[in-house]
Design a protein around this ligand. Structure first.
Ligand code: ADP
Length: 156
């Protein structure tokens, strides 16, 4: 059986923290699908096309990592893609409290799907997409928080 993991999130935008989790998890899986959850009620800074483009550029060197978008329940997206693992990163205790409930919920909905947590490397534990958006809103330099593959992008 192939081991396929879904790494779901908003990725508005993808950061060095996200990239680090996916690359460290790569030896465990045959394929990792970075899945951009599309929620019509949520206002995003970057369009779904931009977010997808940033993720594709980040992992252009790694064919085992692919990018998709989805609407609806994450467990349904996992079933559709025969994924048996959900990958999540944990930065701190707040992430843990939140993620534990989501993982328990997903376990009820889909008992064969395992959520796998990886601890963030300390160097990235302060990075979040929301802080990156805040820095960008005030015309700060966000390049150091984003994957190196995006260093030539223009963001505003
Ligand atoms: P959400 O919209 O669900 O908050 P995000 O796009 O912020 O999703 O993040 C997706 C996943 O990446 C989550 O598991 C989150 O904990 C993890 N993550 C976010 N930032 C970092 C970081 N700096 N280091 C490691 N993991 C992170």
């Amino acid at each position: 059986m192939k081991n396929i993991a879904i790494f779901p999130g908003s990725f508005d935008p993808i950061t060095k923290g996200h990239e680090n989790i996916v690359r460290r998890a790569l030896p465990l899986f045959d394929k990792i699908i970075v899945a951009i959850g599309h929620n019509a009620d949520k206002r995003n800074l970057f369009s779904i096309e931009q977010r997808m483009d940033f993720i594709k550029k980040t992992f252009a060197d790694t064919p085992k990592i692919i990018v998709e978008t989805y609407e609806g329940l994450t467990v349904d997206f996992c079933k559709k893609h025969n994924a048996n693992f959900l990958l999540r990163g944990l930065r701190n205790a707040t992430d843990f409290e939140f993620e534990r409930d989501i993982a328990s919920f997903n376990k009820d909905l889909s008992p064969n799907l395992e959520t796998l947590f990886m601890l963030t490397e300390l160097a990235y534990s302060h990075i979040s997409s929301s802080v990156v958006r805040e820095v960008l809103r005030h015309n700060g330099d966000i390049a150091k928080f984003l994957p190196n593959a995006l260093k030539n992008e223009t963001f505003n």
